[in-house]
Design a protein around this ligand. Structure first.
Ligand code: OGA
Ligand code: MN
Length: 202
């Protein structure tokens, strides 16, 4: 199967413009249906996912109260993962060109929110040198409909007002500056799948 490997110039300019003005963008249908389907088939058949972790090293622990999704890091040893990571690499190159963001590496994990799972309000930036600069979330929830829950709430910088409520519908991508937007995942009433990823500095 062949997918679309690289971001188009038009799309990268659109993303860069929106990130420069608002700091976030929500886009639909950018990776193509074939890749969506392949990624969905991968995540929905994966076993051995781990409990989502918060923090790193000594502080890395399971905190049931904060998040209850299950995750698995993408390693690129399967075709759809490879395609996804290749597309992200082209996004990295174009954001560095358009916005001089200094994005140096990318990491991403599949997330499975089972019925009732959620992720409370948080900011993605962890302490440390190679900080997370830009967050991407790609949704793979098939047949999501109003009332199924699991929406992503994006808050303003102060973390007070919700500025966007994003349905986790298959094919939707959210990209935002990691240190600017507290966000949360409302409890899902169905199996909810996503790929959360982060570009980091050097
Ligand atoms: C995360 C996260 C959001 C989502 O994993 O840090 O905020 O909608 N995920 O899956
Ligand atoms: Mn997050």
């Amino acid at each position: 199967m062949s997918f679309m490997h690289e971001i188009t110039k038009t799309l990268s300019v659109k993303i860069a413009d929106k990130l420069a003005t608002d700091g976030y963008i929500i886009i639909n249908e950018i990776l193509g249906v074939n890749l969506e389907k392949a990624l969905y088939s991968r995540i929905s058949h994966l076993e051995n996912l781990s409990e989502g972790k918060i923090g790193r090293g000594m502080n890395r622990q399971k905190i049931e109260k904060i998040r209850s999704d299950k995750t698995l890091w993408l390693e690129g040893n399967e075709e759809s993962e490879k395609e996804y990571l290749a597309w992200m690499e082209s996004l990295q190159v174009s954001m560095n060109q358009e916005l001089y963001m200094g994005l140096a590496e990318y990491e991403a994990h599949f997330s499975h929110y089972e019925k009732g799972a959620f992720y409370q309000k948080h900011v993605d930036v962890l302490k440390g040198s190679n900080k997370r600069l830009l967050t991407t979330v790609f949704y793979l929830t098939a047949d999501w409909k109003e009332g199924d829950g699991g929406e992503l709430l994006i808050y303003d910088e102060e973390g007070i007002n919700v500025i966007k409520k994003v349905p986790p519908r298959m094919g939707t991508m959210v990209i935002f500056l990691s240190d600017k937007f507290p966000h949360e995942v409302l409890a899902s009433k169905i199996d909810r799948y996503s790929i959360a990823g982060w570009f980091k500095g050097s």
